[in-house]
Design a protein around this ligand. Structure first.
Ligand SMILES: [Zn+2]
Length: 417
């Protein structure tokens, strides 16, 4: 039990012509080539392919002998093509680890990664994959965490916000990176983009001006709330340090409510609200953390507003509060919001380009990153992620009582171990 299957296969072609002169070739024995195929019943499979050797009998012809070749197995391949395609599908579509697939197939990591690249790249580079995008989202994510010698490396994800799919990744979060990607798109493609949602606190916006000048730029809910949450965190840390003289520890009242502070007000449970109030009463003597929290909620209200007029009123309330309470971090947030006011309100005129897809795509990126344990190689990283936006063709399953499914090309199994 637990070993691998060895299947002997051979082609059945009875007649073949010489490629040199066309004269009917004569069989000249067989040579066994071993190649890995799809696992069967959870066991790795080795095909022992009895490869035929043909000979040309025409004395005037320069061709002597040759071995047959089939499309299902590339010359000198370790894996059959269908096994390579399946390895790519498992890594790309199912986000399985390359190492795990390598184990299941009885092949090396590099062999599987090569299969992923060979079968994945055409899917990724297929220009029709990008068709029909009307709402484009831009977001950054860390690709490699900082080490002692290198800073954290970031990538920018480009997302189809309507359909929630990742379109592409570029190897930086700068203006130049986004510029380059946009420059590679056709004029028609760019013209079709009506809305661009982005994180305004990056250099992206300026990259859009030329190629996407016609599109409405939106600062979406997701990015605005993320920034407001950062402000709440900053104030909490500062007050923590000022009142207790050290960074947050497990028993400190503010540290204990750090997650509750970032939870949306309407999602707090009754118990959560009680804990939040108690934590602030114990750890926030000047009320600055509470003020920052209120500011965050007021900014959220701008996005929750039912229409543009409502949103404008909510924005005024946010400004009045942020300008009035005298918390430096909050004043700074208000200045940023003022600078991006039109783009924030555009969230409503574009009928709230949802933040759901961006978040969903971010979760996907995190999942693939976990599986890959932090990629060193950006090309591999991009390949892995993009498979998630690719349409996979799953081969139809043959009916059990129908015709027997064809095996490797027109091969037939002649013996099992
Ligand atoms: Zn010949």
């Amino acid at each position: 039990m637990g070993g691998e299957w060895q299947l002997a296969v051979q082609t059945m072609a009875p007649v073949i012509g010489c490629a040199g002169c066309g004269v009917r070739a004569t069989p000249h024995g067989r040579r066994t080539v071993r190649v890995r195929d799809l696992p069967i019943g959870g066991r790795p499979v080795v095909l022992c392919w009895r490869k035929r050797i043909w000979r040309c009998g025409e004395p005037a012809c320069g061709v002597r002998t040759w071995t047959e070749h089939v499309a299902a197995v590339r010359p000198r391949a370790v894996l059959t093509e269908r096994a390579r395609a399946e390895a790519c599908r498992r890594v790309g579509k199912d986000a399985h680890a390359v190492a795990a697939v390598a184990r299941d197939f009885g092949a090396g990591w590099a062999t599987i990664m090569r299969a992923v690249a060979d079968h994945g790249r055409p899917l990724v580079d297929d220009p029709t994959r990008l068709d029909g995008v009307a709402t484009l989202g831009l977001d950054e994510t860390s690709f490699l965490k900082a080490t002692r010698v290198a800073p954290t490396r970031y990538v920018t994800g480009l997302v189809d916000l309507e359909r929630g799919r990742l379109l592409d990744l570029v190897a930086d979060r700068t203006r130049a990176a986004v510029d380059g990607w946009l420059a590679a798109r056709s004029r028609d493609w760019l013209a079709h983009i009506g809305v661009v949602a982005l994180d305004p606190w990056r250099g992206y916006a300026s990259a859009l001006v030329a190629p996407l000048g016609h599109a409405t730029v939106v600062v979406d809910h997701f990015h605005a709330v993320r920034l407001a949450n950062t402000v709440v965190d900053q104030v909490r840390r500062r007050v923590q340090q000022a009142t207790l003289g050290h960074r947050g520890r497990k028993r400190d009242p503010l540290y204990r409510i750090r997650k509750l502070l970032l939870t949306a007000q309407e999602r707090l449970t009754r118990r959560g609200r009680v804990r939040l109030r108690a934590g602030l009463a114990a750890g926030d003597p000047t009320g600055q953390v509470a003020a920052a929290w209120q500011g965050k909620e007021l900014l959220r209200a701008v996005y929750a507003a039912s229409d543009l007029a409502d949103a404008r009123a909510a924005l005024e309330r946010f400004y009045r509060w942020s300008d009035g309470v005298g918390v430096a971090e909050l004043s700074r947030l208000a200045r940023t919001v003022r600078a991006w006011e039109a783009e924030i309100l555009a969230f409503h005129s574009t009928k709230g380009c949802s933040n759901g897809p961006t978040e969903a795509v971010n979760l996907l990126i995190k999942k693939v990153k976990r599986v890959g344990h932090g990629f060193r190689n950006f090309a591999n990283y991009r390949l892995r992620l993009l498979h998630c936006g690719v349409r996979w063709q799953t081969p139809p399953t043959a009916r059990l009582r129908g015709r027997a499914p064809g095996l490797l090309a027109d091969a037939c199994i002649v013996g099992i171990p």
